[in-house]
Write a protein that binds this ligand. Structure first.
Ligand SMILES: *Cc1c(COP(=O)(O)O)cnc(C)c1O
Length: 214
């Protein structure tokens, strides 16, 4: 791997691409990218806006690849609908922000903070293990669906391809059946709530099987 520009200050990567098709990057690529950043004194930063806060079955996806990023960006799951984002700063950059240097008009909103604190209070080892188990349950069910292939993703962030069907059509038909799925490029994307119950999960998988069989 080569770094062409010597004036590069940071490298930002999505460990599991969301919109890009729910593709986890290759572990060797990530390790090599991190090593190159260290060697060139370039900040190694990960975008965990979508993958963070338990979505992939660990607090952050980078943990599953043994990485130590300098900066971690996170948002979606942290707010669970409330507008909040956070930047976690490693040692190398820990002194760069000082009180008052990062103000914004609606920053520090107490309602959003209360929401995020209640989310953080829910996430512990048992919760994360449950996310992984529910992800495995979905993967097992998908493996038994004959027209599903190329299942990817981590935890409760799952993508797959459906043979002879457009992902957009699957999404529309699923919605009619009362099941919300997303697409990512030409693939179907599943992002169920981390708190989904086992019975809701079974019901959703049953509907998905019916939609794909129909
Ligand atoms: C949603 C999303 C963003 C955009 O975050 P904003 O807070 O809306 O700017 C960036 N990266 C990833 C991976 C996302 O999923």
């Amino acid at each position: 791997m080569r770094l062409e520009r010597e004036d590069c200050s940071g490298f930002l990567v999505e460990i599991v691409q969301g919109e890009g098709g729910v593709r986890a990057l290759d572990a060797n690529y990530l390790k090599a990218a991190e090593a190159l950043c260290r060697e060139k004194n370039v900040l190694f930063c990960v975008d965990e806006v979508q993958t963070g806060n338990g979505r992939t079955g660990t607090w952050f996806a980078y943990e599953q690849f043994g990485l130590s990023p300098d900066l971690v960006l996170t948002a979606k799951g942290l707010g669970n609908g409330l507008p909040i984002g956070a930047t976690l700063m490693g040692e190398k950059v820990s002194e760069t922000l000082t009180p008052g240097s990062h103000g914004s008009t609606f920053g520090g909103n107490p309602v959003a903070y209360a929401g995020a604190l209640s989310v953080l209070a829910q996430i512990d080892d048992a919760f994360l293990a449950d996310v992984r188990a529910k992800g495995d349950r979905i993967r097992e069910a998908l493996a038994a669906m004959p027209n599903v292939s190329d299942v990817s993703g981590l935890g409760l962030m799952i993508g797959f391809t459906v043979k002879d069907r457009k992902a957009a059509d699957v999404k529309a038909i699923a919605l009619e059946a009362g099941l919300v799925v997303l697409t990512a490029k030409d693939r179907v994307r599943l992002l169920p709530p981390l708190s989904i119950s086992r019975s809701e999960l079974s019901e959703g998988l049953q509907k998905l099987a019916q939609v794909l069989a129909g």
